[in-house]
Design a protein around this ligand. Structure first.
Ligand code: URP
Ligand code: ZN
Ligand code: ZN
Length: 460
């Protein structure tokens, strides 16, 4: 099957021209003006942007967490992602106590295989790393998993100690990989949580009060210093505040391979969401929590100037009814996480390009290309070039619409961005040459998404 996309404005992280893209099977074959090739199908992309399929490198499908399971599985979550112009996701395979790395990845394979609408991979989240685990590390890398995740939060659940942090970082670096860190001071935060509960402070807003920016920045600084000590690249996930971003900038300035992402929720929402009545603040209980509004512009600026490399969602949805409600009367029991995988590309277009004058190249970079490079998928993913996978989004940048749970495809009964008016819609989406979203319908088959074997991580 061949496909010709004609007359679109083709934008990658570096290029921008009006022309055609010829796709042969699963791969991009040729780019140019007025291509004369005959194709099985031609799509007119006039007045549309033609960009690489976007990548969300931080999602949690079907994650058992907080006494329940995140409400999107690999099928519903990847279909929703496809509607939003995301053609690759990276989930987190989390090692449960007593499991080897291989068993952990096998468990995640069992959850994902045969279900995904788009291509997928996982970071391996290490919670135990004893010397007996060391020989397995290379096997994980050989399996195409080159990124490792550690938690400096959630004591008693996922949190690791500094010895484990050092071991993971050193092994990841030696293998050409990278360590992703959920960075907070989990121990001090736990003390604050206990104090708040003892004082009867149980509403959702106390989740935010228990883990303020200063405790995130503390975790970030520690992780980056241990990374420098281990001579290994470190990537800080879900940076929500300026103080943490500044730690990354300082560390880079000192010459270390230190990187970070932020997420859509931190670019648009602030801590006042916790004041919503009728327990609705629980919808915004994720970790790290929303922070004071003054942080929003610095995060956008950080993306523009390259202090942060990309935007993910940390998609980890729980329905309000029956799941978030578990924490009525005790914020500790509200499952941590929110929905987002469907809205990222459009939100960053709206907030970045429309509202703040980001270049189209920058938008593509932070939504598509940087993640492909940093997480070992470039140039197969993240660009439109001869030989790259034909993951392509035809984006109607003039379409105005309103985000709502009524129209989204995520398996979640609320939207973090309910009622927000934005510009931009991923109109047609291709996954490896096949049209999977068209006319506001999913045209693919769950299970067509393939595991992406990733390689060494680029240092940006
Ligand atoms: O609240 C969140 N972010 N839930 C998912 C797990 C994590 O910390 O990323
Ligand atoms: Zn996290
Ligand atoms: Zn996460």
């Amino acid at each position: 099957m061949s496909l010709l996309i004609k007359n679109g404005r083709v934008v990658t992280a570096t290029d921008d021209f009006v022309g055609d893209v010829f796709i042969d099977g699963e791969k991009v074959h040729t780019l140019g003006k007025n291509l004369a090739m005959k194709a099985d199908r031609t799509i007119d992309a006039s007045n549309r942007l033609v960009i690489p399929g976007s990548i969300d490198p931080h999602v949690h499908m079907e994650l058992p967490f907080g006494g329940t399971v995140s409400s999107d599985d690999f099928k519903t979550g990847t279909i929703a992602a496809a509607f939003g112009g995301t053609t690759s996701i990276i989930d987190f395979a989390i090692q449960y106590k007593g499991k080897t790395f291989q068993q952990t990845l096998d468990d995640w394979d069992a959850k994902a295989e045969g279900k995904c609408a788009i291509d997928y991979s996982y970071h391996l989240a290490v919670t135990e790393f004893e010397p007996r685990h060391a020989p397995e590390f290379k096997k994980v890398v050989d399996r195409g998993i080159t990124t490792f995740k550690i938690f400096l939060a959630y004591p008693g659940v996922f949190m690791i100690d500094d010895q484990t942090m050092f071991r993971v970082m050193q092994s990841a670096g030696e293998a050409g990989g990278m360590t992703l860190v959920h960075a907070e001071n989990g121990v001090a935060i736990q003390q604050m949580i206990d104090m708040l509960i003892a004082q009867g402070k149980v509403e959702p807003k106390y989740h935010a009060q228990s883990r303020p920016p200063v405790m995130q920045a503390d975790g970030v600084a520690r992780a980056l210093r241990v990374g420098a000590f281990a001579k290994s690249p470190v990537f800080i996930v879900h940076v929500s505040c300026e103080a943490s971003m500044n730690e990354i900038v300082r560390s880079r300035d000192e010459g270390h391979a230190s990187f970070g992402e932020t997420c859509t929720q931190y670019l648009f929402l602030d801590e006042t969401c916790y004041d919503k009545p009728n327990f609705e603040g629980a919808k915004y209980v994720f970790t790290p929590p929303l922070v004071p509004k003054e942080n929003i512009e610095p995060l956008w600026k950080g993306l523009k100037l390259g202090y942060l490399q990309e935007v993910s969602t940390d998609h980890c949805p729980f329905n309000f009814k029956g799941q978030k409600e578990l924490g009525r009367g005790d914020f500790r029991k509200i499952p941590n996480g929110g929905p987002g995988v469907e809205d990222r590309l459009s939100l960053v277009y709206h907030g970045g390009v429309v509202e703040r004058g980001f270049s189209l190249n920058k938008w593509v970079d932070i939504c598509c290309t940087a993640s492909a490079k940093m997480f070992g998928m470039f140039p197969r993913k993240g660009t439109i070039a001869p030989g790259s996978d034909a993951d392509i989004v035809i984006f109607d940048h003039n379409r105005e619409r309103t985000l709502s749970a009524k129209s989204h495809h995520m398996n979640c009964d609320y939207s973090l961005f309910e009622g927000m008016k934005i510009k931009g819609l991923p109109e047609t989406v291709l996954s490896r040459g096949k049209v999977i979203i068209e006319d506001n319908q999913y045209k693919g088959r769950a299970g067509e998404g393939q595991f992406i074997k990733r390689g060494a991580c680029a240092q940006m």
